[in-house]
Design a protein around this ligand. Structure first.
Ligand SMILES: [Zn+2]
Length: 176
């Protein structure tokens, strides 16, 4: 039992030794807190060799960059990425959106049209990508869409031309 400066008593409820070692962050991971995708997210990070992530887990994930409910949400997220860069030398960001996301109104908004949902989220990821690259041009930003069958990578981000191409191409997702 210990008494803090403010006079509150604090009691250890779990004994666990955590590493005090500083670390280099492999990637900031911006994803939704929807627990249905928790397991696939962990497996996926392992697959892309992200061992020490700085996770930013908020409702909607990359939506806060692409189409935030409040402008302050976007600022908050950008600020968090900036802190990860500064504190943990981060140079890679993984942006994620997922199927049936409540922050977008779920499946219902797309009236069961999976293709429309993918196209919508692809555009959102593209917007999130541009916002982040506008702030941190030296970052490597990767965009992924998760559904109930796996994880899909959004390609064609190499150049502004590719970006424009991708806007009109329907086939710019690859499953991982
Ligand atoms: Zn969600």
């Amino acid at each position: 039992m210990r008494r803090s400066q403010s006079g509150f008593l604090v009691k250890r409820v779990l004994f666990f030794r955590s590493s005090e070692q500083k670390y280099h962050c492999d990637a900031v991971v911006v994803a939704c807190f929807d627990h249905r995708f928790d397991l696939v997210l962990r497996k996926f990070l392992k697959r892309i060799r992200v061992v020490n992530p700085d996770p930013i887990i908020v409702a909607g994930g990359a939506k806060s960059l692409a189409s935030p409910e409040h402008e302050a949400d976007r600022d908050f997220l950008i600020d968090q990425v900036g802190k990860s860069i500064r504190l943990h030398g981060t140079d890679r960001v993984v942006l994620m959106l997922h199927a049936d996301c409540g922050a977008y109104g779920g499946h219902g908004v797309f009236k069961g049209d999976e293709n429309a949902e993918v196209i919508h989220h692809r555009n959102e990821l593209r917007r999130a990508y541009s916002v982040l690259m506008g702030k941190f041009p030296h970052l490597a930003v990767e965009c992924y869409f998760v559904d109930f069958a796996g994880v899909w990578k959004l390609d064609s981000f190499g150049s502004p031309e590719a970006l424009a191409d991708a806007a009109t191409s329907a086939a710019s997702v690859t499953q991982l």
